[in-house]
Design a protein. Structure first.
Lengths: 300, 829
């Protein structure tokens, strides 16, 4: 099975921009589950310089320098990502294995110094957008975690509680809305739920990272799917000592298997924002994003 | 002179516990004694005068008046014996080496973390750990090229390390200036004393920079990246760049493209080989680092990634300014160098470890608590000065993120003799010493910057809180004598018009524009006030039309709309009140005070090109105008005399600019700015006054006043020998090429100034900024005065004249924009 992803970002500026550096993170990374088989990035006006490299976290980056005067910048990324069924099955097995790891045991093992646990350590610390959890949020999270209980199931239950207790309400929050406010209001969007879960789990000492990508949406029965009706998506992933990272999607209360396509991950949104740009001159910009995710079954 | 010298610390530099003079202080004591307190005070005065005369200052952040504080230097140096210094020197070399190896390790394999020598949080939780730098570059030699450390003598008599400075250490320039001042003033203290010279250290500093030439193409271009004139140590940036031969730049002077960094200069873009940075690393690139930074260069990190530019020190060094490392330094010494740590440090407990955290929490009330990361404000808590509640808050903070905190013992540092008013008293002192990486080892400066506290407060001394500084004298063989005068500012680096940074050129251009605008606005207001004050002098001649025209001209010229053009609700009720507002209210865009503020900005940015006299006159102008403009609305007579005073100062300042600026330094740009502004304002006046028609009496008055605002009444009379006529005045002010202040003369001069600009091409076609001026010039030249002065029966303004002037304005603005594009922005290169 492959996914075709179309991601169009449009910046409109109030003033003409004649020199702008941009960082673009729109090429999905490869994982055991997904392989990028085709990718194209087109920019209008065309970039005079384009560079490609991987960042600290291993995410793909494009660095673009646009020097043609413009008031509108259009970036279109098209990806084709193949999903490996066998890898998903292997992941299911790993998940089964993880069930027996208790919270208490996990905490003990997290303090062992292995290359993986050292790397995971940085996902327990504060990050550019996420300050340590308030007492209230920590207490809220702790309800699902008992020392002798399975860590995996605890996280799963915690994910379910977010899904139950919080309403999906677009427009309430933006990138700078603190987690505490989302926790108070009990509403937000996928990014808020991911940030909230990350903050809460870090306060318990669990290495948790921010996952950015897409999710396949299925239209209600009898309706056709409209092109461009999808959106970017965000979820979180937790490191279980000696077992690796496991993904959870609190917005949909599901464990990602073959409907999630990962762009990249980081400590929080700021490490993996899809497009960052610095334009010379003042003036606000307006952003328009259109995403489409479609599945194509391939005979194997 | 030592009557008030009482111990206030367990250790003193001069006296041992038995109150005997220590051997290294013996001769200094004798010299001081011979000099006597009165002489010493006189020396202090001379030092103060010299430092002020050389313009040595230290800006105080957050000071609303933005005033820079004079640098202070104590006449009594800090003395260190040669043998002790050898030990300190090797200790500093060792520490620099450890930190350099640590830098290279954590930005590549991170063995030190993987092998458990230090805990990951010490690095990962520090804001100076820049993830982009990991595996970016292979360092075959030292990455940490400049290292500085703050030291103080502990109660055991040993020098202790207090802080490491690895990002962009400041103080070097002040240390040099201190030494030069001591050399010229304090020779008496050098009687029978021989001290180490600084010469060879700076020679090797220069060689280190010279070798940074990643492209091996011709003469390398090195810049000193400064946050700008408002930074606390800007004096030093200007000073260092001048004697190290670096071009002083700000972020806006540079741009990133083609995998490199380029300096925008008048001639065009020039490739930068190395950046000595004085901007904190988080602020160096708004694209990849702090997006709110105004001080950096967008794309800088990428240029480093592409190996296109060298940074001294490299990005990411900030993580080494890390108190969390302190307890682990002995282990790091063994790990990297198989050595024992030479210089002691303050006992430090890192709260990331359980045992240490418990100890700190138990002893919160007596320890000094600091954040491992001091880059975002100084987080220092003195346990014994905290209230119960504050202690509780601190405890919670530590428990929440223990790895961000350390606890330190409070230490009584040693005191050293310092001149305080009329006696010598003991004061605590902190030494900043410097080392640079050269050929596989670190060269340590045989001297340094010593800071002493304003009071004897045991908490740290800092430049921000007042206090004074000292020269550091290392006793011993002086070393090499300089063959050339190293510390004389190097001329040549920036002496040609082609190489001056675009930002400075742009500021000169604006200096010309704002200064002209300030002068012309002040004159216009002055004459309007005077006219109004004299309005009732001759009963019959009171002329409301003339008054109205003048006031409206003032509003147009300052663009302080609606002003006197206001109708209905917005109509001005009290004319003097409105004029005072346009004069004094700094927040009102277009007002004289507003223009002076803009001028002040341009003055600050071009300060290091102007003479000291020019600074002084401007400082005085700002002070006096500041006081005057904050007064309640004065009576017309005082208003006029205030404006007179301002005008005299502005004219003096203008003269000094012309005297101190060479053509190579950008005088041309200043003059172009001046002429463009003068033309625009002259047109504005002409449009409000010359396009209207008046009765004969009104016409006479208006024209007389107009010529008065141009300071041209006498010239007109000499030329025309006739009474004032609208036709003649129009011809004189706009079309007369023999009158140097006429519009056409200004345009003519502009056309003649352009060929002096570096990118000017003597081509068949006109350049983008030349063409509009050429057109404007031709339009004026081809005009016929009678046509311009015609007033059609169905019109109330002379439309031919008005149209012509508006078209010329449009062309002047176009030329100004084109100039900016060509010389200041460089986006198209």
């Amino acid at each position: 099975m492959v996914y075709h992803i179309y991601h169009n970002t449009q910046f409109s500026y109030q003033q003409w921009v004649s020199f702008s550096h941009n960082l673009v993170r729109l090429k999905p990374r490869n994982t055991p589950v997904q392989t990028v088989v085709d990718f194209s990035l087109s920019v209008d006006p065309a970039a005079t310089e384009t560079d490609e490299y991987n960042d600290y976290f291993g995410n793909h980056l494009h660095h673009l320098l646009v020097r043609e005067p413009h008031a509108l910048l259009n970036v279109i990324a098209k990806s084709c990502v193949a999903i490996d069924k066998e890898a998903i099955e292997a992941l299911d097995i790993r998940r089964e294995l993880s069930l027996s790891l208790s919270v208490e045991e996990a905490m003990k093992r997290l303090s062992y110094r292995t290359p993986e646990s050292i790397d995971a350590k940085q996902y327990t610390l504060r990050s550019p957008l996420l300050v340590p959890a308030s007492e209230g949020l920590e207490a809220y999270a702790r309800l699902s975690f008992h020392p002798e209980r399975s860590l995996y199931l605890s996280i799963q239950e915690f994910m379910g509680r977010i899904f139950e207790d919080f309403k999906f309400v677009p427009g309430f929050s933006n990138l700078s809305t603190p987690v505490d406010e989302v926790f108070e209001a009990k509403k937000g969007v996928c990014q808020d739920f991911a940030h909230l879960a990350i903050t809460a789990l870090r306060s318990l000492g669990l290495p948790t990272r921010y996952m950015s990508g897409y999710i396949e949406t299925i239209p209600p029965k009898g309706e056709d799917k409209l092109f461009g009706s999808d959106a970017s998506h965000a979820w979180f992933s937790v490191y279980l000592p000696e077992l690796g990272w496991f993904d959870f999607d609190p917005t949909n209360n599901i464990v990602p298997r073959d409907q999630h396509i990962l762009l990249g991950f980081g400590r929080d949104y700021s490490d993996i924002s899809p497009i960052q740009g610095v334009v010379q001159g003042s003036g606000l910009s307006h952003l328009n994003v259109m995403v489409d995710v479609s599945r194509e079954e391939v005979k194997e | 002179m030592f009557e008030r010298y009482r111990f206030s610390s367990p250790y003193d530099e001069m006296l041992d516990s038995e109150k005997n003079i220590r051997p290294q202080w013996q001769r200094m004591f004798e010299n001081l004694d011979r000099l006597g307190i009165e002489q010493l005070q006189a020396k202090q005065k001379e030092i103060d005068w010299r430092l002020e005369d050389n313009g040595v200052t230290y800006n105080v952040y957050n000071d609303p008046s933005g005033i820079s504080r004079p640098w202070r230097l104590d006449p009594i140096p800090f003395v260190i014996d040669e043998n002790e210094w050898k030990m300190i020197e090797s200790g500093l070399q060792q520490r620099a080496k450890i930190l350099d190896m640590l830098y290279r390790d954590i930005y590549s394999e991170q063995r030190v973390i993987k092998e458990g020598i230090i805990a990951p949080e010490i690095i990962y939780a520090h804001s100076g750990f820049i993830r982009q730098m990991v595996n970016m570059k292979k360092h075959t030699s030292a990455a940490l090229r400049i290292y500085a450390a703050d030291m103080a003598r502990g109660p055991d008599g040993k020098m202790w390390i207090i802080n490491d400075r690895t990002q962009a250490p400041s103080g070097l320039g002040y240390a040099v200036e201190n030494r030069l001042t001591m050399n010229s003033v304090m020779q008496d203290l050098l009687n029978d004393i021989s001290i180490k010279r600084l010469y060879s250290f700076f020679e090797s500093f220069k060689s280190m920079l010279q070798e940074l030439n990643p492209h091996h193409k011709g003469e390398p271009l090195h810049v000193l990246l400064s946050p700008g004139p408002h930074n606390e140590t800007y004096f030093e940036h200007a000073y260092l760049s001048s004697f190290l031969g670096l071009t002083l730049v700000q972020g806006q002077d540079l741009l990133a493209k083609n995998g490199g960094i380029w300096l925008k200069s008048l001639k065009g873009l020039r490739r930068v080989d190395a950046i000595l940075r004085r901007v904190d690393e988080g602020y160096c690139d708004p694209l990849e680092l702090r997006s709110d930074s105004q001080l950096g260069v967008s794309g800088l990190v990428h240029a480093v990634r592409k190996n296109g530019v060298e940074m001294v020190n490299p990005l990411g060094c900030g993580v080494l300014e890390n108190l969390g490392l302190n307890p682990f330094m002995p282990y790091l010494a063994r790990y990297y160098l198989q050595e024992e740590l030479i210089l002691p440090q303050i006992a430090t407990w890192w709260c990331g470890q359980k045992k240490e955290r418990d100890y700190v929490l138990e002893n919160l009330e007596r320890l000094i608590i600091k954040k491992i990361d001091q880059s975002e404000g100084h987080h220092i808590y003195d346990g014994k000065r905290l209230s119960k509640e504050e202690v509780q808050n601190l405890r919670e903070k530590i428990l929440k993120e223990p790895y961000l905190f350390v606890g330190q013992d409070e230490v009584q540092f040693a005191t050293t003799p310092t001149l305080i008013k009329d006696s010598i008293e003991p004061r605590k002192a902190v030494i900043r010493s410097f080392a640079i990486a050269r050929e596989g080892k670190y060269d340590v400066m045989p001297g340094g910057l010593v800071r002493v506290g304003a009071t004897n407060d045991p908490l740290m001394v800092s430049g921000q809180t007042g206090g004074s500084s000292k020269d550091l004298w290392i006793l011993g063989e002086p070393g090499e004598f300089p063959s050339i005068n190293l510390f004389k500012p190097k001329i040549g680096a920036e002496s040609s018009l082609e190489t001056i940074p675009s930002l400075r050129a742009e500021n000169l251009f604006w200096l010309g524009r704002y200064l002209t605008r300030a002068i012309m606005t002040a004159r216009m207001i002055r004459i309007t006030v005077k006219y109004m004050a004299n309005a009732y002098r001759y009963d019959q001649r009171f002329n409301p039309v003339a008054q109205n025209v003048l006031r409206k001209a003032l509003t147009h010229m300052t663009m302080s709309y609606p002003g006197f053009l206001g109708e209905g609700d917005q109509e001005v009720k009290n004319a003097m009140e409105e004029i005072w507002s346009v004069t004094a209210y700094e927040r009102r865009s277009g007002s004289l005070s507003y223009t002076l503020r803009m001028l002040s900005g341009a003055n600050t940015s071009t300060k290091n090109l102007l003479s000291l006299e020019a600074w002084r006159i401007f400082d005085r102008l700002e002070r006096e105008w500041g006081a005057f403009s904050k007064e309640k609305q004065p009576i017309p007579r005082s208003m006029i005399s205030g404006l007179d005073r301002l005008l005299i100062q502005l004219m003096a300042y203008k003269e000094l600019i012309k005297e101190s600026l060479f053509t190579e330094q950008g005088l041309t740009l200043y003059e172009i700015g001046e002429r463009i502004e003068h033309s625009l304002l002259l047109i504005s006046k002409a449009r409000s006054i010359l396009t209207l028609s008046y009765d004969p009496l009104g016409e006479y008055e208006v024209l007389e006043t107009l010529l008065g605002t141009c300071e041209s009444l006498n010239a007109y009379r000499a030329h025309y020998r006739s009474s004032l006529e609208l036709r003649n005045v129009t011809e004189f002010l706009l079309l007369d090429i023999k009158f140097p202040k006429s519009l056409i003369s200004e345009l003519d001069h502009l056309l003649k100034a352009f060929p002096h600009l570096p990118k000017f091409r003597h081509a068949s076609y006109l350049s983008g900024y030349e063409k509009p001026i050429f057109e404007a010039f031709s339009m004026l030249r081809l005009s016929k005065i009678d046509v311009l002065c015609t007033l059609n029966p169905d019109e109330y303004i002379r439309s031919e004249l008005d149209t012509l002037l508006s078209e010329i304005t449009e062309r002047l603005i176009r030329a100004s924009n084109e100039l900016s594009q060509t010389y200041f922005a460089h986006y198209y290169e």
